[in-house]
Ligand binder design. Structure first.
Ligand code: NAD
Length: 451
């Protein structure tokens, strides 16, 4: 029997219509409940995610799932009063003494579709921003994390009535129905291929979408970089969640003359950060594990040098051919190609010849190169001398460009994403407005530059 989601949607639609502009107190209370739900059930959340993954690092769950949500809530609760305030904009002198302002207004019902790789934070961080902006939300978590989805389904009603937040569980069929609901905005986080389908479904209702997609995020190691520091940061980014992070370093570009030195530094960083620890995070399921094993086997069969430090650590693939699977698709796992280029211009060309990534990492303190990267490349974010950390800055917009997605959220950017920035014009009682009405006077038209 086909699932019908219109009932759940109508409850939310009515609630949004009845309370079109929730006060600061109401919004802060919703946010506080989201934080309480996450804080009070930490152990259950950790257990559910670990069961879904088979194995996942306890510390990484606390850092990237629980803290991420709590920090987002704290930031929004602190700054919300300022974000909600309408702000004045300048007025052309011809229309003075009228005034104009921009007044953020809630959109209404927000749909959120989330992936499996950070099943708690990627489900709830968009909800934080949707609540901050005064909306209600419907959430469709990933079917690949059934325990975490079931936990959300069980906990959410304990903290929220269905008109504020509801969870819809299900696989592709339900996801398809969900994407066809006439939301006021739909935020999708997931793969590029599914993102395209979601945008098409949403277009039928003219539902605006934010697409948080993936792709291959490159790392450029410049000639002035300290290789040990760069290697440590790259392995931190690649090792987190076993490489199953949308902004994980996908591949590394380095001048060919420094490639063996960098490979040595990377191997050292792997041994230090990721000794073959059997309690470390693993691939989400056998299919993903097989895909990664196949990538490594193919690289090996093609004569690439593969340096594998064990099943639970990043595996280096040196100078793989561009036709190999590891270079054709987003890796989303522990393989890390290291590619030699002739110089930095060749590295920039390499990046620019490919779809715009979600993140571009560059290890350099050379100001000229930093400017060049800033002005001649495109990516969701540009990060110097670190990996992943930009995600933890709530004031930075988080989102892609081109193939890596459209629209961004987090902090004020999320608030604005889920608000309608309404233009408001206030005519003054003292305005000589009738002078603008016909019959048009020649002298006035001249004065305002139309004569
Ligand atoms: P996915 O696209 O397979 O699934 C995401 C969501 O879409 C799930 O809720 C799923 O139920 C739904 N879905 C799946 N197939 C569907 C279909 N045919 N029609 C309608 N809905 C469908 O993505 P995933 O495998 O869960 O996540 C991995 C991808 O997500 C990677 O590409 C990764 O880079 C990307 N990602 C992006 C971000 C970001 O913030 N930009 C964050 C995490 C992951």
């Amino acid at each position: 029997m086909t699932r019908d989601l219109t009932g759940e949607f109508q409850i939310q639609r009515q609630a949004a219509n009845q309370e079109p502009y929730p006060t600061l107190t109401v919004r802060r209370d919703r946010l506080a409940r989201l934080a309480r739900m996450t804080k009070h059930h930490q152990l259950e959340i950790i257990r559910a995610i670990q069961t879904d993954f088979g194995q996942r690092s306890d510390v990484e769950i606390r850092m990237a799932e629980i803290s991420a949500v709590l920090h987002a809530v704290r930031h929004a609760r602190l700054h919300l009063w300022r974000w909600m305030r309408p702000w004045a904009v300048s007025m052309p002198w011809r229309l003075l003494p009228a005034r104009a302002r921009i007044a953020p207004q809630p959109l209404g019902v927000i749909g959120v579709m989330s992936p499996w790789n950070y099943p708690w934070s990627l489900a709830l961080m968009p909800v934080v921003d949707a609540f901050a902006a005064g909306n209600v939300a419907m959430l469709k978590p990933s079917e690949h994390c059934p325990m975490t989805s079931a936990l959300l389904k069980r906990l959410v009603p304990q903290y929220f009535p269905p008109e504020e937040l509801c969870v819809v569980e299900g696989g592709v069929e339900v996801a398809t129905l969900f994407s066809r609901l006439p939301f006021d905005h739909l935020l999708f986080t997931g793969s590029n291929a599914v993102g395209r389908q979601i945008a098409q479904s949403a277009a039928v209702n003219l539902t605006p979408t934010t697409l948080e997609l993936g792709g291959k995020s490159p790392v450029i190691v410049a000639s002035d970089a300290d290789l040990d520091q760069a290697a440590a940061a790259i392995i931190f980014g690649k090792g987190m969640n076993a490489g199953q992070t949308c902004i994980a370093p996908d591949y590394v570009l380095v001048e060919s003359r420094r490639i063996s030195e960098l490979v040595k530094a990377l191997s050292h960083a792997i041994q230090k950060q990721r000794p073959d620890d059997h309690s470390a995070t693993q691939a989400i399921d056998a299919t993903h594990q097989q895909r990664l094993d196949d990538m490594l086997a193919e690289a090996h069969d093609h004569g690439c040098r593969v340096i594998d430090h064990g099943q639970h650590a990043p595996a280096l693939i040196i100078d793989p051919h561009q036709d190999l699977q590891v270079m054709r698709e987003e890796i989303f796992g522990r393989c890390l190609p290291v590619i030699g280029v002739s110089d930095m211009q060749a590295a920039l060309n390499y990046v620019n010849d490919r779809p715009h990534p979600l993140a571009l990492y560059a290890f350099t303190s050379d100001k000229t190169l930093q400017q060049q990267l800033l002005h001649t490349t495109r990516s969701g974010a540009l990060v110097f001398n670190a990996t992943l950390l930009h995600h933890a800055v709530p004031s930075l917009p988080f989102g892609g460009v081109g193939e890596s997605g459209m629209g961004a959220y987090h902090g004020r950017h999320g608030f604005e994403r889920f608000s309608h920035l309404r233009g408001v014009f206030y005519q003054s009682k003292r305005a000589p407005s009738t002078m603008l009405y016909p019959p048009y006077r020649r002298w006035l038209m001249k004065l305002i530059g139309l004569g």
